[in-house]
Ligand binder design. Sequence first.
Ligand SMILES: NC(=O)c1ccc[n+]([C@@H]2O[C@H](COP(=O)([O-])OP(=O)(O)OC[C@H]3O[C@@H](n4cnc5c(N)ncnc54)[C@H](OP(=O)(O)O)[C@@H]3O)[C@@H](O)[C@H]2O)c1
Length: 169
Amino acid sequence: MKVILYMAISINGMIAKSNDDTSWITTKEWNSYSSAVRKAGSLIVGRRTYNILTKQPEFSEFKDVTLVVVSKERNLELVSQKHSIADSPKEALKLLKDFEEVVVAGGGILNNAFLAENLIDEIYLDIEPIIISEGIPLFRGKEFKKNLRFLGQKKISDNEIQLHYQIIK
Ligand SMILES: NC(=O)c1ccc[n+]([C@@H]2O[C@H](COP(=O)([O-])OP(=O)(O)OC[C@H]3O[C@@H](n4cnc5c(N)ncnc54)[C@H](OP(=O)(O)O)[C@@H]3O)[C@@H](O)[C@H]2O)c1
């Protein structure tokens, strides 16, 4: 199984403004992210991201995606029968063990837990041309350090670039 972290970030590494605003992320970026998730057929998100993402109209594109939300809250309300809850990153991967590819997509707390536990193989970062001085960072939580290998880059639009890395384990 290949575990891919896929995120849109500001040039200074923020994934949302402090008030959770992500309206600066473009439709072209969403389409790129959406096709990666649909290609994998599986998605893992943290509880805060789940509550925000499932309220967005575009979320209907993921109706066939098997989603696991990571949370210690066992009574979380799930919006689809294709969704389930795991109480740790490892348990989330166990629930998706039959998938060749799994996309992990935020937020900052969940990303940090996956990286700190060495569970990510590759990272895709879609860089939006914006600086957000105060916000939610790509990784937040326990300290860790990883070295990466650059695998490639792609233009998403005239204004946006995608970077692709492998985690050196
Ligand atoms: N730019 C992008 O591409 C992008 C993508 C996704 C999200 N976002 C943004 O990111 C923000 C949310 O990020 P966030 O860092 O605040 O929250 P988050 O990572 O989405 O969710 C945090 C919650 O997930 C659960 N969780 C995370 N790690 C866990 C672990 N190791 N074990 C058990 N539970 C764990 C916990 O839920 P419980 O408290 O229920 O236990 C924790 O409180 C939102 O603004 C969202 O819009 C941006």
